[in-house]
Unconditional design. Structure first.
Ligand code: ATP
Ligand code: MG
Length: 450
């Protein structure tokens, strides 16, 4: 078995609890990640101690009573927060979301049996080693994702587990066991009862999975995505024939290729997922039987906006995604003035993201039409580097004169002054004027006397 490197603070917390006569383990994601050779994001600890017993055991330590009613206490140690939770089982579920209540139990095995997947239901202790009654380690080795207990029942208790399952499968390249996979498909409608923001958080993590894990999972569980708030538009994609020589894949196949061909960043992956969602609504067919989708970027942006609002996605991310979707099909020619203009409009990161989306989209097109498009993107990227390196003037802020200079020249405050600055910026961006105070002021004088 792999060595598990537990942080000293976590070990100290276990020691403290056990010194006070209780039992304590590290549990869940940290054990799974350690066995996979990954560095856990956080260490969840669990214990036989009841909340009030925990408080006593930690007296003199800095603790935050995070969720004492549910048995959770946060210990501050070595500048970090450590969550410790009393062994518990969930009561009955009547709403597919929340247990009606939790009850504390004395046996760690009972706590493990309430957990969602076998790979998440292992405990570990520095002296006692691995505790794995559900066979999570064997499943990890076989790379199988398996529910603890009856999958249909477990998804019926908490439907978010369906989406968590899809996410774990993609992030860790696990194949859902047949009964687990069948229940993911069969129970997917239950996701409609889950709070949109919880779905959104899972979707974002799912989409940021490594490409090799994500691609097969998106193919196998596309039907699950179509249940999520606002994502019903994805339901039209499977089998949708783009009937255009630029495309060798159906709309879903193209979308999946685009998603896994952009870097694993939330805005890019979401934009790729939705970039062509408006195509079916924009289809026209010419005399030769070739389909066209004029205006689809705008329609896709509209759908992306609606979907991300329904998912209660935060505003900043929604705006970035919608902007990327709206611009993805513009194919602006790579020239120095347009590089300056678009850098000024989108900022460096925004433009880099747009080019990355266009590249991902291109890689999902028929092989024959890729080379000229990729070459255009290479030229764009070279221009972008050049403009950044030369610190070209990109916006009014970079202009060598400002409003005060113009006021001093006798421009009245108001729209004329704004228009004059806009004129100067345009001339500089287009390369017709140097961004120097004297040449700018001279150009203004000339313009005024015209
Ligand atoms: P990550 O933090 O990478 O998402 P994780 O496994 O640590 O992975 P958490 O959401 O932090 O996931 O949950 C910690 C543990 O709690 C899980 O490993 C699992 O054992 C259990 N768990 C979390 N959510 C559920 C759920 N909805 N149903 C059953 N068990 C759950
Ligand atoms: Mg965790």
């Amino acid at each position: 078995m792999r060595e598990i490197a537990m942080p000293a603070a976590a070990a100290a917390i276990l020691e403290r609890l056990e010194g006070a006569g209780h039992e304590a383990w590290a549990v869940g994601g940290c054990v799974r990640d350690s066995l996979l050779g990954l560095v856990p994001k956080d260490w969840d600890l669990c214990t036989s101690a009841r909340p009030e017993e925990m408080e006593r055991a930690f007296s003199g330590w800095q603790v935050i009573p995070t969720g004492l009613r549910h048995g959770t206490l946060t210990v501050r140690l070595e500048g970090q927060n450590w969550e410790v939770t009393t062994y518990r089982t969930d009561g009955t579920y009547t709403d597919c979301r929340h247990p009606d209540g939790v009850s504390f139990v004395r046996e760690v095995e009972e706590d493990l049996s309430r957990r969602d997947f076998t790979v998440n239901a292992m405990a570990w202790h520095p002296r006692r080693g691995l505790l794995d009654p559900m066979g999570g380690q064997a499943d990890l080795e076989k790379r199988v994702l398996r529910c603890v207990g009856d999958p249909a029942r477990r998804f019926g208790e908490d439907a978010l587990r369906i989406l968590r399952g899809v996410r774990f499968a993609a992030c860790y390249r696990l194949s859902p066991a047949p009964e687990t996979a069948a229940a993911i498909h069969g129970q997917r409608e239950l996701l409609r009862r889950v709070a949109p923001e919880r779905c959104c958080a899972e979707l974002r993590r799912l989409l940021c999975a490594p490409a090799e894990g994500l691609e097969p999972v998106l193919r196998e569980f596309w039907d699950v995505l179509t249940i999520l708030p606002g994502l019903d538009c994805l339901g039209e994609m499977p089998g949708y024939d783009q009937a255009n020589p630029h495309h060798h894949l159906d709309l879903r196949g193209h979308t999946i290729r685009a998603v896994v061909s952009v870097p694993a960043k939330e805005a890019l992956r979401l934009a790729a997922l939705l970039h062509d969602s408006g195509k079916p609504a924009c289809r026209t067919v010419d005399e030769e039987g070739v389909a066209h989708f004029y205006g689809h970027a705008k329609e896709s942006a509209r759908r992306a906006e609606a979907a991300l609002r329904r998912l209660r996605c935060e505003n900043a991310l929604r705006r970035r995604v919608v902007e990327l979707v709206e611009l993805h099909d513009l194919w602006v020619p790579p020239t120095l003035p347009s590089a300056r203009r678009w850098l000024g409009r989108l900022g460096e990161q925004g433009l880099r993201d747009l080019l990355a989306l266009e590249r991902g989209d291109t890689l999902a097109h028929a092989p024959a039409c890729r080379p000229p498009r990729l070459e255009r993107l290479d030229r764009w990227e070279a221009l972008l580097e050049r403009v950044l390196e030369e610190r070209d003037c990109l916006s009014l802020r970079d202009l060598a004169v400002n409003g005060n200079d113009l006021l001093a020249l006798g421009y009245p405050p108001g729209p004329d002054l704004g228009a004059a600055l806009g004129f100067l910026l345009g001339e500089v961006v287009e390369g017709r004027l140097e961004n120097r105070r004297d040449s700018l002021l001279a150009a203004l004088e000339a313009r005024r006397s015209r």
